[in-house]
Design a protein around this ligand. Structure first.
Ligand SMILES: Nc1ncnc2c1ncn2[C@@H]1O[C@H](COP(=O)(O)OP(=O)(O)OP(=O)(O)O)[C@@H](O)[C@H]1O
Ligand SMILES: [Mg+2]
Length: 245
């Protein structure tokens, strides 16, 4: 996103990641805060733009301990963004309940879009309608390769996960991550942390799940050329090394 006149220029390229799903409670803010926490731990500058009047992301930042890597928060009214500080990554947390045309200003600002989907019949039907709109909306077409699904709150071996898998098999977009339903996200949210800032022994499985999302978002050289994953290292090792012990 290009800063407007009078705003601070970033020193390099800034990447913006939009977390989008019109359905409430899909995990947009959870994905946004954990992604922000991950990038902050990684050592890049992160700004969260909270477009939601519920201010979930800003509340999370307010609860964040001062000892944790800093994340800048910006409250936004409407869809006009004014950045006052340079940043490497911008994460857009947007409210539910917006459809069609209303989503285009956010979509246009994003380099990458993640669509969290929860495995429930209601959420799957709503997601199908939303993805169908994305697929047929010609103003989204050129961004299509930059959009992916993240299955969220998954319980293996559940009926709802079977339904979700069937849906994902027929979806036009790739599913690049499966996040389990775990109180780790609740615990982290409570304390203004990401799961990357919880003890490694507690979040081992979650870190494994996140490596696929990180790879899709960051290891692509066009997204962030200085990502510190050494050639001999897996993304999982890199994530593991930057997180709390
Ligand atoms: N993987 C997960 N495991 C357990 N709980 C989760 C997970 N993801 C999200 N949650 C919980 O689900 C609830 C909804 O998540 P969240 O607020 O991130 O959704 P949202 O899409 O931002 O909602 P809204 O549309 O209201 O903005 C929260 O209580 C959150 O803690
Ligand atoms: Mg939210």
């Amino acid at each position: 996103m290009t800063p407007r006149e009078g705003e601070t220029e970033t020193t390099g390229k800034m990447y913006s990641i939009l977390i989008l799903n019109p359905k409430g409670g899909a995990g947009k803010s959870t994905l946004a805060s954990n992604l922000a926490g991950f990038l902050a731990c990684w050592g890049v500058r992160v700004t969260m733009a909270d477009f939601d009047a519920q201010a979930t992301s800003l509340d999370w930042l307010a609860a964040r301990p001062a000892s944790c890597p800093a994340i800048t928060g910006v409250a936004i009214q409407g869809n006009v963004l004014a950045l006052r500080q340079p940043t490497d990554y911008l994460i857009l947390d947007v409210p539910s309940g917006h459809y069609g045309e209303d989503l285009l200003p956010w979509i246009r600002q994003a380099d990458r879009i993640l669509v969290p989907v929860v495995p429930s019949p209601h959420d799957i039907r709503a997601a199908r309608r939303f993805l169908d709109w994305l697929a047929t909306e010609e103003r989204v077409e050129q961004r299509y390769k930059s959009i992916a699904i993240v299955a969220n709150r998954v319980r293996e071996n559940s009926r709802s996960f079977k339904l979700l898998k069937a849906f994902l098999g027929s979806a036009h977009l790739p599913c690049i991550g499966i996040l389990r339903d775990t109180q780790n996200y609740v615990l982290a949210a409570q304390h203004g942390l990401s799961i990357f800032e919880l003890p490694n022994s507690r979040v081992r499985r979650d870190l494994q799940q996140w490596q696929h999302i990180v790879r899709w978002l960051c290891v692509d050289a066009s997204m962030y050329p200085d990502v510190p994953v050494k050639p001999e290292q897996s993304v999982y090792e890199a994530i593991y090394n930057i997180t709390a012990r």
